[in-house]
Structure formats: C-alpha cells, structure tokens
Ligand binder design. Structure first.
Ligand code: NAP
Length: 262
C-alpha cells in the first residue's frame, strides 16, 4: 500500500549553513516537498550546485561571522514582499583542544557565529513572524549543550546558550502561532569533525552512537512542525539527555573530561 506523508506547513524557508552536513540535508528534505529554500553559507559554489540540482533554491552568499553577512540575512528574512515561513539557524562550528592552547580569535569567531549571529537572526525571524501570527524557527544546538565539555569548552558553552535561548523563546512564543524549537544532535558525520579537529575524539565512539544526518534533519523538521521545545535525535542521546538531567554536576564534569582525554 502506498504511504502518504503530510506536506510541511511552511512553503518558504531560509537555512544557514546549507553548503554541507545537516543544513544541506535539511535543504534537500524541504526542496523535495516543494518548499522554496534560501540557502546561506560562504561557499557559493556548493550553494549553486544545490540550486542547480534542486528546484526553488535561492543562493545567498554570506559570512555570518561578519556584521555585513548577518545584515544581508536579516534583510532577506524581514523583506515584506518575500516572506520566509521557516528560519533554520544551523551554521556553526566547534574547536577542539585545551582552552589555553587555542587561538583566541578563532574562539571569538565561534562565539560570533554560534551565539551572536544566531541571536540576531532569531530576533529578525520572530520580529516578522509574531505580528503575522505564523512562523517556524528551528535553532540547531547540540547534546553538548546539556553538560560542560572540557577540551570542547567554548563550543559546549555556545550550545548551552543556544538551547537556553531557544527554550525561553519557545515559551515567549506560546500562543502566538509561532513555533520555536532547538534541535540537539549528538555525533553526526559531517564536515564538523574536520573543521573542529575532533576526528580523533569522535572516531573512538562505536557506530551505534552516531546519528545519520538524514535522521537528524527529519527529526528537527518534525519537531518544529509539532512545536516541541527540544528535539534530541536518536534513542541513545534521548537516554543520555534524560540521565544528564539527574546526574550531579561534579560527576557529569568528571565523566565528560574523561571521555575527552582519550
Ligand atoms: N556534526 C555533528 O556531530 C554535530 C552535533 C551536534 C550539533 N551540530 C551542529 O550542527 C550544525 C551544522 O553542523 P554540521 O555538522 O552540518 O557541520 P558542517 O558540515 O561543518 O556544516 C557547517 C555549515 O556552517 C556553515 N558555516 C560555517 N561558518 C560559517 C560562516 N562564518 N558564515 C556562514 N556559514 C558558515 C558552513 O558553510 P561554509 O563553510 O560554506 O560557510 C556549513 O554549511 C552546527 O551548528 C553544529 O554545531 C553538529
């Protein structure tokens, strides 16, 4: 018997960090359902490749680590003539290593992208969606947001901010007709591992700990449609997040430090 799926309620979307990994997969899923997607990243060639392959893709080359790139995306989201129904704040990166040994400028750039750009884009999205009483905001956080992560300290701190902000905005948006969701994936094979220099750390984990990028994207979109505050893809990570919420902080810190030392 043929299965039928309900189409997404949004017909236009903007996805940051769409040139690879989770953002690319989100774009493919949305386009497959006929959603028009504005794709944002720095690598224009990869975005243009997506636009050639998929229908309804608009390319926006922007460095979200810079004010100008953030302004371009804010202008596109708030353009009254071309409303965006779904905004996905997905662009982000991490930096692995001992805090004192890492380059301070790189850590500042990480905070600018993961925290500052995401906050400005969330603000722009809600400023047009709330008066419209319609809209969907999906912020990509991480399971790293639920505990400190020695040797990935700034990254985990930025994601703790993203989860906290998004949960607050979810409550503020209650009853407004706007859905706000934090997507918190665990280990997912993308360019993230090479960009963050965390391959050696990541590859120690067995296969069952890895979540497929397709499942992460599907779960994120499902959760924002259902207006869930949090989405944690994969049974292993759901169990981990549940356990982390009742584990004493000292134990969580010690366990996290032990895993990262390996
Ligand atoms: N993979 C995992 O294990 C994992 C786990 C939990 C959470 N996450 C989160 O998932 C999100 C997506 O990461 P991913 O795993 O898909 O990694 P990825 O493959 O490295 O994708 C990151 C995306 O962000 C874009 N980006 C990076 N810096 C940017 C900037 N300054 N301006 C605009 N775009 C920028 C990249 O495009 P350009 O380089 O072309 O600009 C790329 O499209 C991130 O927020 C990450 O923290 C990942």
């Amino acid at each position: 018997m043929a299965t039928t799926t309900t189409p997404f309620p949004f017909r236009t979307a903007l996805v940051t960090g769409a040139s690879s990994g989770i953002g690319e997969e989100l774009t493919r899923r949305l386009a497959a359902d006929g959603v028009s997607v504005a794709v944002v990243a720095r690598r224009t060639d990869l975005l243009e490749q997506l636009a050639t392959e998929l229908a309804g893709v608009e390319v926006i080359t922007a460095d979200l680590g810079a004010r100008r790139g953030q302004d371009d995306v804010v202008d596109r989201i708030t353009d009254p003539d071309r409303p965006i129904d779904l905004v996905v704040n997905n662009a982000g990166f991490g930096t692995s290593g001992a805090f004192v040994d890492l380059d301070a400028d790189r850590l500042a750039a990480e905070i600018e992208l993961n925290v500052a750009a995401l906050t400005r884009i969330s603000h722009a999205a809600l400023s047009v969606m709330v008066p419209r009483r319609r809209g969907w905001l999906l912020n990509v956080s991480s399971v790293a947001s639920f505990q400190p992560a020695p040797r990935l300290a700034v990254y985990a701190a930025t994601k703790a901010y993203v989860t906290s902000l998004t949960e607050s905005l979810h409550e503020e948006a209650r009853g407004s007709g706007v859905h706000v969701t934090a997507l918190c994936p665990g280990l997912t094979r993308t360019e993230f591992q090479s960009v963050s220099s965390s391959e050696h750390y990541a590859e120690q984990f067995p296969d069952f700990v890895w979540t497929a990028v397709e499942d992460v994207a599907a779960e994120g979109l499902k959760a924002v449609v259902k207006n869930r505050a949090l989405a944690v893809p994969g049974p292993a990570y759901k169990a981990f997040v549940g356990a982390a919420s009742v584990t004493p902080r000292w134990l969580l810190r010690a366990a996290s430090a032990r895993v990262q030392r390996r």
